[in-house]
Design a protein around this ligand. Structure first.
Ligand SMILES: [Mn+2]
Length: 329
């Protein structure tokens, strides 16, 4: 961590010391970073003698259930009473990202917003948004260091999971010297990297491998081979018996093609269309995602549109991305 004191960390540490009853949540359709950060923060708060309600609007894929403490998260169930003094939102670039948390926003005194999305909004009482950080897990590790917290092996495993999934095993462009330093700290604290690597990266159910094959069959190259597009319909998911959420990694595959600048994955989910965007680096795909009510990072973004028609979204999306690509020299 850089030598200068981070004023947000100071305010967060103060609010944590003061708070007694905490509501902690990550974003909807949680990933490794969202859940890993939530679990580490909750574990730390419990160790300080605080009362904690860990919440996630949705359950993750099976591959994340190895994380210590995951079974203690309240999935999609809000508490009966809203008598929390502090809410900590992790990875939520806007107020709605965690689910419908309006009763919490209305009742708590302090909202701590910690995020690393470039599109993050300052909706909290205390906001720390660092788009330079590879992951929220990286920020939480820095915060723990700032607070001189002894990180437990379980917390280290959860945080390392967030770090490694958001950096694509330290391969994405968001990987910095700081990400690797944080990785080393977590490893020295006992993060179980063998388990993380086996469960997350070397395990794939047969039907998901088949889905990847089907997705690659359906890959189209557009706009002079600069734009890759894959559309998976409800028929594809039904045929293979795969949950539409289990499409991790598919959108990144076409980026390997030398001419491709942007890759799109459109998924037909019940009642809505979900889209993932990836960029090789020259096009900022978060700008396009924002046009459709989504967000994310320059190289990785996404959005969902409720009740939309697949073809209509696809046409609008392709023309928006084509416009961005045409701005390149
Ligand atoms: Mn993240």
């Amino acid at each position: 961590m850089s030598k200068q004191v981070n004023p947000a960390f100071k305010a967060i540490a103060k609010a944590i010391a003061k708070g007694r009853k905490f509501f902690v949540a990550g974003h909807q359709n949680p990933d490794g970073d969202s859940l890993g950060s939530t679990l580490a923060v909750c574990s730390f708060l419990r160790r300080q003698g605080k009362e904690v309600y860990p919440f996630s609007n949705d359950r993750p894929g099976d591959d994340l259930f190895f994380m210590p403490g995951l079974d203690r998260i309240n999935f999609s169930v809000l508490p009966d009473e809203f008598d929390f003094d502090t809410m900590i939102l992790l990875e939520c670039s806007d107020k709605k990202r965690g689910g419908n948390l309006d009763p919490l926003f209305d009742s708590v005194k302090t909202v701590i917003n910690i995020d690393h999305h470039i599109t993050g909004e300052n909706y909290g009482t205390i906001n720390y948004i660092n788009a330079q950080a590879s992951s929220t897990a990286e920020i939480i590790t820095q915060l723990f260091e700032y607070m001189k917290a002894e990180i437990t092996p379980e917390e280290a495993t959860c945080l390392y999971t967030g770090l490694v999934t958001d950096t694509g095993r330290f391969l994405h462009s968001n990987t910095t010297a700081e990400s690797m330093r944080v990785g080393a700290v977590l490893l020295s604290r006992g993060a179980d990297i063998q388990k993380i690597n086996t469960v997350i990266y070397n395990t794939k159910p047969y039907k998901e491998l088949k889905l990847l094959g089907r997705a690659l069959e359906k890959l189209n190259l557009l706009n002079g081979n600069t734009l890759a597009e894959i559309t998976l319909t409800s028929k594809d998911f039904d045929l293979l018996g795969v949950d539409p959420r289990h499409t991790q990694g598919i959108v990144s595959q076409p980026i390997m093609i030398p001419s491709v600048e942007v890759s799109l994955l459109l998924r037909e989910e019940p009642g809505r269309i979900a889209v993932n965007l990836r960029s090789k680096g020259r096009v900022d795909v978060s700008k396009v995602a924002v046009l459709f009510g989504g967000g994310g990072h320059a190289r990785a973004a996404g959005f969902k549109v409720e009740g939309a028609k697949l073809d209509e979204i696809k046409n609008r999306l392709i023309s928006s991305v084509t416009k961005e690509i045409s701005k390149l020299q």
